[in-house]
Write a protein that binds this ligand. Structure first.
Ligand code: ZN
Ligand code: ZN
Length: 416
């Protein structure tokens, strides 16, 4: 299948003019073998550098695209951070005009950041359906320990060979499902922010995201049976999620409280013991279950008025004790213009019935949990290396890693 993303460009019902940088996504069995032809068709030429992780290198064995330069990164301890990007920028020959990212999420983030730095073209060749960020315009980076999104370029083209994607280790597609599951929470957060503060919202982006999430959850049985169409559907949904982010210009429709849980665990606060690392989508999958469960608890409260308190800035002492000195500077900078300050107790109380309605549209935490269980994916804090006794602190501090209005952040104004 070919997704022509130019149809998402232009004037929209939301009043904005959406701008797409990705022109198309080719999602087909065997399409990597036709890469030269596809690039020619879209007029993408010039000297190429193919960037791989060792896993992507192995996954695409026998189908390595023709490229004047090849860089293969050691996957051990590989992160999209200041070190890996500096290494690639140093190796990248000065006259390279196009980066081909062949691999999963991390390779893509490194590639899109470096292409942006160099001002060159970028084409995505995902080798696993592991994350939704393939055609995102921003790169999810860990910058000197702090998790942030940095400006980058979206791929001009995505060439997703489902023959390769299907053969990727099963935990990668489990992770992709966990990353898409997050959209149910993220979309609810966005609607609630729109309702309480008038934050911009686009109904078209909302629909695309919701459909992507539904497509993935419906594909789970097919994934388990190893059916080609299921892998194609999931890849399609991950691409569409990236397209929705591109229409938005940031990750608002894709990332809410569940992503903040994932990011915080990844940053490694001083007082939080993280026994082993987990993949991005594994953490957002668990984060989605935790957020859904907490929101069910909140939604059960019919009259919120007695529990509402005035806005107060964050408690620096408590934050410092949890995050530690290394992360505290970043946390303070992120929260300097606290988006929660825009929410008044009156507005929160008034909007509560509608907030409860929005929350009821999130699939139940049991349903999300059961879906992950069916896939054999990680589904509890313990599964991702964090003690279950840390739940309260995870819910309290995770919203602070990103200054984005979520219901989890609003809990500061609700006695829970
Ligand atoms: Zn719109
Ligand atoms: Zn994600």
């Amino acid at each position: 299948m070919i997704v022509d993303s130019t149809v998402y460009s232009g004037k929209c019902v939301c009043g904005r003019e959406h701008q797409m940088s990705t022109r198309a996504a080719v999602i087909e069995a065997g399409c990597l073998g036709r890469l030269d032809e596809i690039l020619r068709e879209y007029g993408i030429g010039g000297k190429r550098c193919a960037l791989y992780g060792e896993n992507g290198w192995a996954a695409a064995a026998g189908l390595h695209p023709r490229a004047e330069q090849e860089i293969v990164l050691d996957p051990k301890g590989l992160h999209a951070d200041e070190k890996s990007t500096a290494l690639v920028l140093e190796k990248l020959e000065p006259d390279v005009e196009l980066i081909l990212a062949v691999g999963s999420g991390t390779i893509h983030d490194i590639a899109r950041f470096c292409a942006h730095e160099r001002g060159i073209r970028f084409v995505s060749v995902p080798t696993a359906a592991s994350v939704d960020g393939f055609c995102s315009t921003v790169a999810a980076m860990t910058w000197y320990g702090y998790k942030k999104t940095l400006p980058a370029v979206a791929p001009e083209l995505v060439v997703a060979d489902t023959d390769i994607i299907k053969k990727a280790p099963v935990e990668l597609v489990r992770s992709g499902v966990g990353d898409i599951m997050a959209k149910y929470i993220a979309l609810a957060e966005w609607k609630i922010a729109h309702l309480t503060t008038g934050e911009y919202l686009c109904p078209r982006i909302l629909d695309i995201m919701r459909q992507a999430a539904d497509t993935v959850t419906e594909s789970v049985p097919g994934l388990l049976e190893g059916r080609d169409e299921a892998f194609e559907s999931v890849t399609y949904a991950l691409v569409m999620s990236g397209i929705a982010m591109q229409m938005m210009g940031n990750s608002r429709p894709a990332s809410g409280a569940e992503h903040h849980i994932s990011h915080m665990i990844e940053m490694g606060p001083e007082a939080l013991e993280v026994r082993f690392p987990a993949m991005h989508g594994e953490k957002t999958g668990v984060g989605s279950v935790l957020a859904a469960r907490e929101y069910e608890r909140l939604a059960a409260v019919e009259d919120i008025r007695p529990a509402i308190r005035d806005y107060a800035p964050l408690d620096e002492e408590r934050c410092r004790a949890f995050f530690g000195e290394r992360l505290m500077e970043g946390v303070l900078a992120e929260n300097e213009k606290d988006c929660l300050a825009a929410v008044t107790p009156e507005r929160l109380a008034e909007a509560w019935p509608e907030i409860r309605q929005i929350l009821s549209e999130i699939p139940s935490s049991e349903k999300l949990y059961a879906l992950l269980e069916r896939l054999g994916a990680k589904r509890t804090l313990e599964d991702i290396g964090v003690s279950s006794g840390e739940l309260d602190r995870v819910l309290e501090f995770s919203p602070l890693v990103r200054n984005r209005l979520t219901l989890m952040r609003m809990r500061r104004m609700i006695r829970t």
